[in-house]
Write a protein that binds this ligand. Structure first.
Ligand SMILES: Nc1ncnc2c1ncn2[C@@H]1O[C@H](COP(=O)(O)OP(=O)(O)OP(=O)(O)O)[C@@H](O)[C@H]1O
Ligand SMILES: [Mg+2]
Length: 229
């Protein structure tokens, strides 16, 4: 039944030319929110950060709203906001909250949807449930954000292996940071995955620069071909 339901959803989003995917990273602080903003603005999509841990600075939803300038209604409320900037399983315990998995079901939106994970794939949401288990449950594909420089190969290949093992569809990679001479080549050759964007280090992160990169790298066209519309 779950499968039929997700097949139906897939067909419906195909008809409407809508993109729904998860932005996951090989690590925390890897650029998921920045890259989510890139896609949210480019596609004028909805954005959802189901679990936000840490409220000291700007939340990810606030950052996406600021960077994309989309209609506020496109930013879907978090299911959970925990005070401490630690793994969700522990952040929930500190706040004495018990996660209700029904609240983590994908929101029903009329349009494209980008979901940003809490940290990397193997981050625990509870003491016996990982972020990657929730991604499998959602049944939508993943774009993996990885860093461009030293250390990325191990993290990225491990993440890809974990996704493949669970038959989670990976649309491709976004390589974030200063251009590296060989990493894009080895990443794509070894994984067989396309590179959707090489997102450079940018001094001034604003909507204008996001738009320039969106056009320069022809992202809409690349995504459309990956979704097989
Ligand atoms: N390509 C880039 N150019 C300039 N700054 C960047 C770039 N990528 C990331 N940053 C900066 O690095 C910091 C971390 O990025 P971001 O918040 O997008 O990471 P994240 O993976 O969403 O983190 P979290 O795990 O907390 O959700 C931010 O201050 C962001 O502006
Ligand atoms: Mg983030």
């Amino acid at each position: 039944m779950g499968n039929r339901n997700s097949n139906f959803k897939k067909i419906m989003s195909t008809i409407k030319n809508q993109f729904q995917f998860v932005i996951c990273g090989t690590d925390t602080d890897i650029g998921k929110t920045l890259i989510s903003s890139f896609f949210v603005r480019g596609l004028n999509s909805f954005y959802w950060k189901p679990i936000q841990s840490g409220i000291e600075s700007e939340t990810d939803s606030q950052a996406v709203l600021r960077l994309t300038k989309v209609n506020k209604a496109k930013i879907i409320n978090e299911a959970y906001i925990f005070r401490e900037p630690v793994s969700p399983h522990w952040a929930a315990e500190i706040d004495q909250k018990v996660i209700n998995f029904n609240l983590l079901n994908l929101p029903n939106v009329d349009g494209s949807l980008i979901v940003e994970t809490a940290g990397g794939l193997m981050v625990p949401i509870t003491r016996n449930y990982l972020q990657i288990d929730q991604i499998k449950q959602w049944g939508i594909p993943v774009i993996l954000v990885c860093k461009s420089g030293l250390g990325t190969l191990n993290h990225t290949f491990l993440s890809i292996e974990a996704l493949k093992k669970r038959n989670i569809q990976i649309l491709g990679l976004v390589i974030n940071g200063e251009k590296h001479l060989d990493n894009p080549r080895i990443l794509t050759e070894f994984s067989g995955l396309p590179i959707i964007a090489e997102f450079p280090y940018i001094q001034k992160i604003d909507s204008k620069n996001l738009d320039i990169l969106w056009e320069e790298q022809n992202i809409k066209k690349k995504l459309t071909s990956l979704f097989d519309f």
